[in-house]
Ligand binder design. Structure first.
Ligand code: ADP
Ligand code: MG
Length: 174
């Protein structure tokens, strides 16, 4: 079930041009900037986007001097969190995703907001990831608002979910 939905959504994303993904990403991240939760937030966990995800690189560069921005780094089966201090400080990690170096941030209760990537989200705030469960293991440890971030074509009626799947507080898709 999850597998088939992942493939279906991946095909939909593949149908978006680079320009379209950039335009949608700008809209989505502008919506996030307007949220009261974002305005208030000090420590924000984001993700370094892959080509099929909402493009976060410019947003990280734009905000990292005003807010404390964190990125995940794969450490075995877990995600460590580290400060984003500019893209020149990033290095490819376990899945080829660029990650900050430096010491881990472990003040889980100080995180005000997390932008969570995903393959699909539904209207009950369920999330489908890439199938490795990293965010399902990370999110129960951290506080703050959990916001699913996706392109409109990743929003589906229902995501199959299991007892370990962590729900979002809400999603932003445009
Ligand atoms: P994703 O959320 O990335 O789409 P799944 O929800 O399918 O992936 O989870 C992938 C695997 O991760 C599952 O087989 C599950 O056993 C494991 N997993 C998820 N959450 C936890 C957890 N909190 N503790 C241990 N294993 C987990
Ligand atoms: Mg899951």
């Amino acid at each position: 079930m999850k597998h088939a939905l992942r493939n279906k959504i991946k095909e939909r994303i593949a149908g978006l041009s680079r320009e379209e993904k950039r335009r949608l990403s700008d809209e989505i991240l502008s919506s996030i900037e307007r949220l009261p939760e974002f305005k208030k937030a000090k420590n924000i966990l984001l993700f370094w986007s892959l080509p099929d995800e909402v493009f976060t690189h410019d947003f990280l560069e734009k905000w990292h001097k005003q807010k404390c921005l964190l990125l995940p780094a794969v450490s075995g089966d877990e995600l460590e969190l580290r400060y984003y201090e500019g893209d020149e400080k990033l290095q490819a990690g376990a899945f080829g995703i660029r990650e900050p170096q430096g010491k881990p941030f472990t003040e889980w209760d100080k995180i005000d907001m997390t932008l969570v990537p995903g393959v699909a989200f539904d209207c009950n705030q369920n999330r489908l990831g890439r199938g490795k469960g990293y965010y399902d293991r990370l999110l129960p440890k951290i506080s703050g608002t959990k916001i699913g971030v996706c392109f409109p074509c990743q929003s589906v009626e229902s995501v199959p979910c299991r007892e370990w799947d962590v729900k979002m507080d809400f999603t932003v898709k445009k």
